[in-house]
Design a protein around this ligand. Structure first.
Ligand code: F6R
Length: 366
């Protein structure tokens, strides 16, 4: 049932080229520059006129929401707020009939996310779901939705469900952009053509597994670890840190790289590994100066870089390459090595990777 893999988590990490393809199937038409989302089609007029979107979720699904915020604001030019469901539901948030709430949940059973949906619904908002488990409670509570089609996820730490959630949010951003006219047809064709290549590029990213295992062996005994990124690399850093703490029990924190100097920099010494998302995109130069700040304090730098990078290689202790792509798809690619890194560290520490202590696959209690 683990398909020859030692753990479900590893199997699910390796399934991602396929799960992302399944998620996009019948939804993108690169040659025509068209995105089709049957689940939310009947709300297209509403989507053209909304003032804002509120995304609610917990844990890893909340990280996917943060990636969604970058994409929807960038392409569809709709303001997005991303909220922890557990905080949102206990505030007295301002919600009107004009709002669209997107609830993201792998299991579709998370109690806080369900309560947030119910509250927003009572106040008249339109609710979309992004779920993996068909027929779960959340898809039944929402007005419409888009399934992630990642297939059953057995490992408690979410991997393929996360990248499928990010894929759906990418499709939603492009769909809304197309409907609103905030993207040119030629740009959309270029983006969809590249999106269609992402499963193959994830396959290439997976080929760094042996190198990642070696890096894991060097940092497995650390007590702490920092993950830093900028732009959409920031939610990737958060997700990398969450994976590491969940399955290896190493204390890890994700931070926006520029925030480091406002506090966490005090933690850096030769014992502290710092994982950077340092791919060649709009924040590349800025990330390089953040890497220099860490090296100046003798921190150990592990960098996720674009294939062929030479600049970061001069400074970092270890570099893990991912294929080049449009910045829009950076989260899908950069997440892969971080999943493998946590996996190998946890295995080397003798942890129960598929069923970490104290965690449950679906959190049905508040
Ligand atoms: C992390 C993880 C959790 C879930 C969270 C929300 O690996 O699995 O943080 O993401 O409990 O669960 P869903 O998405 O089922 O609502």
């Amino acid at each position: 049932e683990k398909g020859g893999f030692d753990h479900f988590m590893l199997k699910e990490i390796y399934e991602q080229p396929r799960s992302i393809r399944d998620c996009m199937r019948g939804r993108i038409y690169p040659e025509e520059g068209k995105v089709q989302l049957g689940g939310i089609k009947e709300f297209v007029e509403k989507l053209k006129n909304i003032d804002r979107i509120i995304i609610v979720a917990c844990g890893t699904s909340w990280h996917a929401g943060l990636v969604g915020e970058y994409l929807i604001e960038e392409y569809a030019r709709i303001p997005v707020e991303v909220e922890y469901a557990s905080e949102f539901r206990y505030r007295n948030p301002i919600i009107t009939e004009k709002d669209v709430v997107i609830a993201i949940s792998q299991s579709g059973e998370t109690a806080d996310t369900m309560a947030a949906i119910e509250m927003a619904k009572e106040r008249g908002a339109t609710i979309f779901g992004i779920c993996n488990v068909a027929g779960a409670s959340i898809p039944r509570l929402t007005h419409a939705g888009v399934y992630t089609h990642a297939g059953p996820e057995i490992g408690v730490a979410s991997t393929k469900a996360f990248t499928a959630q990010v894929t759906v949010l990418t499709l939603m951003a492009f769909y809304m952009a197309q409907q609103k006219g905030t993207i040119t047809q030629s740009k959309l064709i270029a983006l969809l053509t590249e999106l269609d290549n992402i499963p193959d590029k994830i396959q290439i990213a997976l080929e760094s597994n042996d190198l990642i295992k070696e890096v894991a062996s060097k940092i497995k005994d650390s007590r702490n670890c920092l993950f830093l990124g900028r732009g959409s690399g920031f939610p990737v850093a958060l997700e990398g840190a969450l994976k590491l703490k969940e399955i290896s029990y190493i204390h890890a924190e994700g931070y926006p790289a520029a925030e480091m100097k406002h506090g966490p920099i005090a933690l850096i010494d030769e014992e502290m590994p710092v994982v950077f998302i340092a791919t060649q995109n709009s924040s590349y130069e800025k990330v390089i100066s953040n890497i220099q700040e860490v090296k100046a304090r003798k921190g150990k730098v592990i960098a996720i870089v674009t294939q062929g990078d030479t600049e970061v290689k001069k400074m970092a202790d270890y570099c893990i390459e991912i294929p080049d792509s449009d910045e829009a798809f950076l989260p899908l690619l950069a997440t892969i090595p971080l999943q493998l890194l946590s996996y190998h560290i946890a295995v080397m520490r003798g942890c129960n990777v598929d069923q970490p202590r104290n965690l449950a696959k679906s959190v049905t209690v508040e």
